[in-house]
Ligand binder design. Sequence first.
Ligand code: 03F
Length: 209
Amino acid sequence: MSLLLDNQFKELPPDRAVDTKLFLESVSHIPSFFDCLGSNVFSVIKSDINGNIVKIKAVYLKDPARYVTLQDIVEAERDAHPAEWPKVGATLALMWLKRGLRFIQILLQSLADGERDENNPNLIRVNVTKAYEEALKKYHGWLVQKIFHVALHAAPYKSNFLKALSKGEEVKEEECLANVRQFLVTYTATVDAVYDMYSHLNAELDYTV
Ligand code: 03F
């Protein structure tokens, strides 16, 4: 079975508001995936992603009826902390979480589109590099870019990566990529909706870490 299709993101309503509870449920499956990638460098990434999920969840649980959508949280923090916002609380956590989600989206899309290094067809470095350049690089100073290069060289082979996405079962590459394509439909729609919400509310920052 496919890990991705077991944990598919939900379809958005017509107004594209992202339901907080459903979003948190869907993203909560991502951190454990890093355990099957087999290098310690991925534990840094795992804890960053997990930390952001925990921060958003903590705010949500304070008042689930008030924070039905992610936008409800971001707007409530804007009103409560006008001086620090958007560099505060769940707004900041989601700002970074969405960049990691965009990275994953671009990586999976690039694999699904068959983009590859013809000389090394079983490496995913071209796909990982594309995702990094489009989703994260501009927010990283030289030190974090160095961590990226370490992670890039620890990246699994494509066959192992696709096997991990298939819960350790040997499946044909095409079968797995078909699942990836199906997963990407609601996943991409959700990530796009969060990005559009940040741009609409003027909540995006471009400082580097
Ligand atoms: C800022 C920043 N977070 C943090 O400082 C950096 C952490 C290390 C990032 C290293 C880059 C690695 C790139 C990935 C290479 C992967 C190779 C993949 C091989 C498969 C923020 O942190 C905090 O988050 C925020 O809470 C805090 O308050 O300024 C704020 C304060 O700082 C980031 O740059 C976010 C990094 C997200 C990286 C996501 C990478 C995902 C990698 C692999 C995905 C595999 C696919 C999984 C599919 C599973 C589907 C179920």
